[in-house]
Design a protein around this ligand. Sequence first.
Ligand code: AKG
Length: 390
Amino acid sequence: MLTIKYKRTMAYKGYNRPNVPRDPTNEEFVLSFTLDEVESGSAGSFFEEFGFVVIRDVLSKEEIEASVDDVWSYLESGAWRNTMFSNKSNPVANKFWSEDNRKGPDRNIPHQWDACWPNMENEGILGAPPVFTKQAFLNRQNPNVIKVFTKLLNTNKLIVNIDRYGLFRPTINVDLFGDGTVFKNKPMWETDPNLHLDVNPWEYYAEVAEPPKSIDYARAFPSKLSHLPTFCEEHNATGHSSAPGNQIRLQALLNFIDNREQDGGFQLVPGFHKHLEQWAHRTRDTLGKYKRFGSFNVLPSSDPIHQYAERITMPAGSLLVWDIRLPHGSKPNHSDRPRMAQFLKYFPAPPKGTFKQRKEIVEAKLEQSGIGDDLTATGRKLFGLEDYDD
Ligand SMILES: O=C(O)CCC(=O)C(=O)O
């Protein structure tokens, strides 16, 4: 027992945890940067040091309101159900399909949130499928968001992945019927605390680089317009650190409601991007032995790494970007306020023609979303509908 503990602690020898500065104007939040500070490079210097950065005022008040409304509407629509129950044209699904069983719970009646809630509730994610709503697409093509990624990735030829929404239910003083009559604490709505890596560190830092795997976007589902979880994972199949586009890999979220410590939400291990390589070598024959082939690696709750994690709190409308090499995850909600976010990943465009299958699916989903003329020329490239010029 003692030996294992010693070995695990050794894995963090040489890791120097930097102290994350607080916002001098509001101690509830960590230090954040403006879009001008992204331009000037000061946000980038912070990012290099800490492995993450919060950019505030990326979304306008109207965009925040529209996004909050869209997360609730998405919950209510039931569009997060998997294809068996949401795809009318599938003969098996047809047997079960009806307008009634397709709906989700009412945003104003938390009493309904027990019996009917999207899966992945332990993670605070609204169901497994990626989100294809108009507002989610608009946020993905938001010029301010693109500005940040263009600067941090040093290229304007970007692709965005199609990811999900996060919604942590409030757990304190919940107004069950939305009419001020019955209030309950709901500890069972707390999400599981977790730290993980969306990359396989042992593969990323392998002595011999293996070629990256190709992705089947319509994997295992009868209709190419159905469930499609692969979209959320595409950025994780990184392969080796020396592969093209792998020198820096970013993940991000847009935060829609002021997020304080007690609201639960994102946490990370600051500065760990500088230590991951060492850690991967040290843990290759212990942790790595069991998790070798996965690109999603949860760090055991007994691992001392949890003591180094920090909640990243921030105002509504902020964009948080982190390096894929940071162990990260979330902590549960302990307040009367929900936590809401949209997850995003941008990456340099791969060679022309890589996205034939992906393009067909995204094109159909964009049309279904009703984005119409609001799809921008940049959006068409970001979503992979059109190639970038050489
Ligand atoms: O913010 C969260 O709830 C966790 C997000 C996360 O772990 C991820 O996007 O990989």
